[in-house]
Design a protein around this ligand. Sequence first.
Ligand code: HEC
Length: 490
Amino acid sequence: MIKKILIGILVVALAFGLWVWLFGPTAKGPFLDFMTGKQLGAPADTVVKSRFKLPQGFKIGVFADGVTNARMMRSTATGDLLVSSMRPGEVILLHADRDGDGVSDGRTLLLKGLNRPHGLALRDGYLYVAETGRIIRMPFNPTARTVGNIEVIFDQLPPGGNHNTRTLGFGPDGMLYVSVGSSCNVCIEDNPYRAAILQMRSDGTEARIYASGLRNTVGFDWQPGTGRLYGTDNGRDLLGDDIPQCEINLIEDGQFYGWPYSYDNRVVDPDYGAGHEADIAASRVMVHGLGAHVAPLGIKFLTPETAPPGYGGVALAALHGSWNRSILSGYKVVALRFQEDGSISEQDFLTGFELNEDVIGRPVDIEQGPDGAIYISDDYAGAVYRIGWGDMQVADSKTVAAAPKLETVPFAPEDIIAGQALFAANGCAACHDPASAPKGVQVKVLQHLAQRYDTDSLKALLNVPPGAMPRPDLTDEQRRLLAIYLLSRD
Ligand code: HEC
């Protein structure tokens, strides 16, 4: 036992030593906090108002604090905001602001126990969530704020690695797209799904590589009008402060974008480029360079119908900020204007996350509410900001104090899946599911159970079944899982 602990300590110490040796000389910024997952909390309203700078006419306030490791967002039909809380493994629903103070009215913990949930998508009544190794979906009721049975639709995502986030989006073609970053800083990958964007049908079938050579395209979105897919890409490390650039790419079917053989405009990579001249020549180059190490994550084209004046069709991109550059860069949101000739002009949109090397947050994703308001998630502060204009309300010092209220604590998806399997294995459907009951069997449809039972009383029922129901041969744990599954179906 003691030997095991000592070996464990030695391994951790060696890994840390190796990390310091490799990155120590260039590491700068909140990288230790990043490694340990430290959360700052949203800054005080006075700091928000004095430090954040926006173009004339915009205002910003804290929409929700205490959203640990807030990553990707999707706004729902009712104006609530889905947020993936990656490190805690949760998906949270921030309730829309109905009382008009610019602050989320409450929150619901929709899912927990997930493995690094990141990408979110909504389609045909389903919520899709990308964990690091798979994509799940479940019926989602935005009005009742509930989710139903979880279904694994794709389990072939290579999990973990240096880049373990998986981002989701539905294209104008109705297909589901997922980006998978590289496993390493720079290397030849074994798994072709790495450093790529995959495309599949909405049920997870017919998956294929849509575009490759993309080191880590954390954010992507389709341009309104043209339907073109643009993505952010994070350039490799350890080539110094200023190369290579992080990229905006126009991502097209079947195209290869250079990594790991080349970067920028077909510059040969010093480690992996040699001997790959043909691949490099055939690679697509970026349409816009954002600068080195700025770490672009979410990108969002503002919907022309609800965008602020002058911002229809403009894309906002979140630059998470550098961790291995001698002068910090990024830590802001930029506005990208697409010119007639296909080039992009870039202006600062939201700055102030970093000031004189003092970092108060790192922007991750950008989303627009139905009213047009712009939301920015911040995984370092653990907060979501709301940006408004005109008479749109954002939080001020009077409203930010409101403590978040968590409404329901649902069940771990793994438990639901296990319970579902037990339901099938124990022949419950034969008497309870009209679709699979044999002819002649009296079916007792299970409904509204959550109104009448909780986990404990359902467990008790399965131990001493009512009326004509035979007693199933189950352990206590199996009864618990079945109870959870049945309650989650309601
Ligand atoms: C042979 C048929 C049969 C099988 C198999 C069966 N049940 Fe039942 N079950 C019934 C009947 C009939 C009732 C209604 C009994 C009554 O109320 O008199 C019932 C009632 C229930 C209820 C209570 C429903 C309510 O509305 O209060 C639950 C929960 C339940 N079953 C779960 C299960 C589970 C889980 C399994 C599998 C482990 C299972 N049943 C297997 C026949 C069956």
